[in-house]
Design a binder for this molecule. Structure first.
Ligand code: C5P
Length: 318
């Protein structure tokens, strides 16, 4: 605050939203599509280090492997990687998580992002044509099942997805029962996964274990005073926690908006909606409150670079 101008207020709540967005968020808060049981909330206010320990100890970062039921008895089990991502990759010294926010536009952060040992991008976020602002390196790409299934994204044929390692996820029932999820995914993640693997057999491609979504959701809700949307966290937070399990230090760019903050949804599209930054379906507002509390860097980094610094799980003890 003060000379810095506004950076993310970690006490952000739905009451601070504009009228239209408030309504949308309230509607989502009332829905319970994934069968989330009643939750405890608004417990003691935890410090940054306490929150980091909660994530480290209570969120299992893993991916599907062929021996898990029901996959072990399906004809396509051998398309899944034999070992989880966290055994195959890393550890890396430094990692960058590049949100797709509109505030990356004109940031000039590309060079800085590329200095990291590994870079995570999301969904259909391109580098081509945007190198100055977002860099050129893509080590991992986290994609949701909606992008995999939609015709406009041409997931199976576009070269956008050919760089780096792919990791897919789909909102699962809260129970995280794999058989139950398999029969009612939000989008046809498994059909698209099989097709993609057959077309691009050389590219490593993992599927996030849906338990992680809800373990992470629980950590958000138990630290917020109001009920949050009963939908999984955004790709941005899922990817940030994934990188905290692979890296010693994680820099997250424009998840907490810098002085460039804008209603432009994505740096690569001419579409404006505050819901992209503040959340509608996802409990994004609350995700940002948690990340603000865990940030080890100065507020100035947020203001000028949209940059948050988080420690890897292997660098601290609880
Ligand atoms: O929109 P998409 O999910 O592809 O963007 C990737 C992630 O970047 C989001 O899940 C969200 O966490 C973050 N994001 C953001 N603000 C925006 C756009 C995206 O925080 N305006």
């Amino acid at each position: 605050h003060g000379m810095l101008g506004e950076v993310w207020d970690e006490e952000m709540s739905s009451t601070m939203l504009g009228k239209r967005l408030k309504k949308v968020v309230q509607n989502y808060q009332a829905m319970n599509k994934y069968g989330v049981p009643p939750q405890s909330r608004g417990g003691p206010k935890r410090s940054g280090p306490e929150l980091l320990c909660q994530l480290k100890e209570k969120v299992e970062v893993t991916t599907l492997t062929p021996e898990l039921k029901p996959f072990s008895s399906l004809p396509w089990l051998s398309l899944l990687p034999p070992r989880p991502l966290t055994s195959d990759l890393g550890p890396f010294k430094s990692c960058a998580v590049v949100s797709s926010a509109g505030s990356l536009k004109h940031s000039g952060l590309g060079k800085e992002i590329d200095t990291h040992d590994a870079v995570l991008r999301f969904n259909s976020a391109p580098t081509s044509g945007y190198e100055k602002d977002v860099g050129t390196k893509t080590t991992l790409r986290l994609i949701n099942s909606q992008v995999m299934a939609s015709d406009d994204h041409r997931f199976l044929s576009s070269s956008l997805y050919s760089a780096g390692i792919l990791v897919a996820w789909d909102p699962a029932p809260y129970s995280s029962d794999l058989a139950e999820w398999y029969n009612r995914t939000d989008y046809p993640i498994f059909q698209q996964y099989q097709k993609y693997r057959r077309l691009h057999p050389q590219q490593p491609f993992y599927i996030l274990h849906p338990r992680m979504e809800w373990q992470l959701w629980d950590r958000i809700q138990e630290n917020m005073a109001e009920p949050i949307q009963r939908n999984p966290p955004s790709s941005g937070l899922l990817g940030t926690v994934l990188m905290m399990s692979l890296c010693e230090v994680v820099h997250v760019y424009e998840f907490l908006p810098s002085r460039r903050k804008t209603e432009l949804c994505h740096y690569y599209q001419r579409f404006y909606d505050a819901a992209c930054t503040l959340g509608a379906y996802h409990p994004l507002l609350y995700e940002k409150n948690l990340v603000k509390r865990m940030n080890l860097g100065p507020d100035r980094d947020i203001y000028t670079h949209g940059r948050v610094t988080l420690p890897g799980f292997n660098t601290f003890n609880c």
